[in-house]
Design a protein around this ligand. Structure first.
Ligand code: SAM
Length: 258
């Protein structure tokens, strides 16, 4: 397993550590803790997204879909696809073959129920799996898309290598993720919001303050726009570029497997 430049050494330097909020933990421990976070919030996840972002996540996701421009023939894998919000949007925009992969069965089950509620006859495939060891064969996807997942994986470099592996040559990579605010005046307001309002909302709506404190802390520890673009290229994807959204609160990165 490769070590992320964004992680520091734990276990006296012998084992690469991952971050869980402010703590350094062993990578497998992070995977277990993150699974617990999403088990806890699965049923209220979509509602919380709207409340936390005041609906802005919908605009960011719409921009992702606009940039991705799915074609009906594209075989798309949506990694960390959770309750299917991205996949449903891609299908509404014309995608016909979408596999949602997520490590958390509670999120997948909640999403599958939503798909049935929407009356989707031919919905996406729902697959349980880890972004670091994807259950897809080499060169099997035209598009790899992920939204708000990679911040949670224990070994980010391994997840990026997996993205390259499953993409066919010429295949396209897209990642929507929280990022680093590029407008100084916005930074202070955003920090206050993240560390006061978010945990409060988490307690009030999802009955889990710590899950939303983890969210705020995980955003701070994710590589910034340029560092993440460099990691994407180090994994063997080429032409990495990014677009800031809402002053860098989030960013879309994209690249291609050549
Ligand atoms: C914040 S949610 C995003 C869900 C969805 N993509 C969206 O934008 O609404 C993050 C998702 O990533 C999943 N996840 C976290 N670590 C993962 C991993 N190592 N492999 C696959 N999925 C993971 C979580 O279970 C959760 O469903």
């Amino acid at each position: 397993m490769s070590e992320d430049p964004s992680s520091s050494a734990g276990d006296n330097g012998r084992t690469p550590a991952a971050h869980f909020g402010r703590r350094n933990v062993a990578p497998d421990e992070k995977t277990r803790l993150v699974r617990g976070v999403f088990d806890s919030v699965a049923v209220r996840y979509d509602l919380m997204n709207d409340l936390m972002s005041m609906g802005v996540h919908r605009l960011w996701k719409a921009e992702l879909v606009r940039r991705l421009k799915p074609a009906a023939r594209d075989r798309i894998v949506d990694i960390g696809g959770g309750t299917g919000d991205i996949a449903f949007r891609l299908m509404a925009a014309g995608a016909a073959h979408v596999s949602i992969c997520d490590i958390n069965t509670e999120m997948l089950e909640t999403g599958r129920g939503r798909g049935l509620d929407r009356g989707l006859v031919r919905g996406p495939d729902w697959v349980c799996g880890n972004a670091e060891m994807l259950p897809f064969s080499d060169s099997s996807a035209d598009v790899y898309v992920t939204a708000f997942c990679l911040r949670n994986v224990a070994r980010l470099s391994d997840a990026l290598l997996e993205a390259r592996r499953v993409l066919r040559p010429g295949g396209r990579f897209f990642c929507l993720e929280f990022s680093h605010v590029a407008v100084p005046a916005l930074g202070a307001i955003y920090d206050r919001y993240s560390f006061s309002v978010l945990p409060w909302l988490g307690e009030a709506v999802a009955r889990d303050r710590d899950a939303y404190l983890y969210l705020a802390e995980s955003i701070r520890r994710f590589p910034d726009q340029k560092a993440f673009a460099a990691m994407i290229e180090t994994a063997g994807l080429q032409g990495a570029k990014y677009q800031n959204l809402s002053g860098g609160i989030a960013a879309i990165h994209w690249a291609r497997r050549v």
